[in-house]
Design a protein around this ligand. Structure first.
Ligand SMILES: [Fe+2]
Ligand SMILES: [Fe+2]
Length: 279
């Protein structure tokens, strides 16, 4: 067993830090009602070190998993939408500053991904390094290695953040940050064990794990969560509304269900490998 804490615990302990008690409780309720999806996700990461064989299975895992992260374009789109509202309202409007602030807070969730303080080393580059160390020249980045559920998920995120109403976009970003925090933590443990089994040199090991390490060691996603919450607060002030917690819960549950389906699909070949060992 790799993980000492479950996804549930990682998300719950961050949810406890959220001052909006109803939002905090909504997050926890969605975890309980989608425990089946969380079980699938944890099963995937638990099997991974032993059962994720090299080449094609690994290519499918990495390509599909990447499709669930790296939502920089969607973040940029959402910030543009908030800025456009501010520009349309004009600098004299009472809403101008709050909308610009909401946009800025949301955009700040992509600083690390863009490599702003890391000499331009982007997280996309770190992911490529991760895959390249594990797969060499294998063409893992071809779309054919992305499972349909992950392709759909990527489209769903973009639709939510760039096309649906802005509050749905911000809530999608909220859940993405808190979920990714939990997932990166268990993924780091799983891939640390995986690379140990591959007999890599220490520099290869470091290069492979850096993408995961930077998210875990610097609690990047937790910082992002609180930035999106500030953006959401500012947007609620402008629109004189509050969060629709029923909508929020449905969104969080759908997020977990979709990730659960992706992980179930990625786990199937690992289960076969495990069964093959037993027969
Ligand atoms: Fe990142
Ligand atoms: Fe993030």
């Amino acid at each position: 067993m790799i993980t000492t804490k479950t996804i549930n615990k990682h998300i719950s302990e961050i949810a406890d830090l959220i001052s909006d008690q109803e939002l905090s409780q909504t997050l926890k309720t969605s975890l309980v009602s989608r425990q089946d999806a969380i079980d699938k996700i944890e099963r995937c990461f638990n099997l991974l070190p032993e059962c994720l064989g090299p080449t094609e299975k690994l290519a499918v895992f990495l390509n599909s998993w990447k499709a669930t992260h790296l939502k920089m374009l969607a973040i940029y789109g959402l910030s543009c939408r908030l800025q456009r509202l501010a520009m349309n309202a004009g600098p004299e409007s009472e809403n101008y500053a709050q909308l610009m602030l909401a946009s800025a807070h949301n955009a700040a969730t992509s600083y690390e991904d863009l490599g702003l303080d890391y000499a331009g080393e982007t997280h996309a580059q770190l992911f490529n390094d991760f895959a390249d160390v594990l797969l060499g020249d294998y063409p893992w980045s071809l779309e054919k290695y992305c499972v349909p559920e992950a392709q759909e998920f990527r489209g769903w995120i973009y639709q939510n953040m760039v096309v649906s109403d802005i509050k749905t976009g911000l809530l999608t970003n909220v859940f993405s940050e808190i979920y990714n925090h939990a997932e990166f933590t268990i993924a780091f443990a799983a891939f640390s064990e995986y690379v140990d089994r591959q007999g890599l040199t220490s520099s290869e090991r470091e290069k492979a794990l850096k993408y995961l390490y930077v998210h875990v060691a610097e609690a990047t996603e937790v910082d992002h969560l609180f930035l999106v919450l500030k953006a959401l607060d500012a947007y609620c002030v402008v629109t004189k509304t509050s969060i629709d917690y029923v909508e929020a819960r449905q969104l969080f549950e759908e997020y977990l269900s979709r990730i659960g389906k992706i992980m179930e699909s990625l786990t199937a070949p690992m289960e076969q490998e495990k069964d093959g060992e037993l027969t």
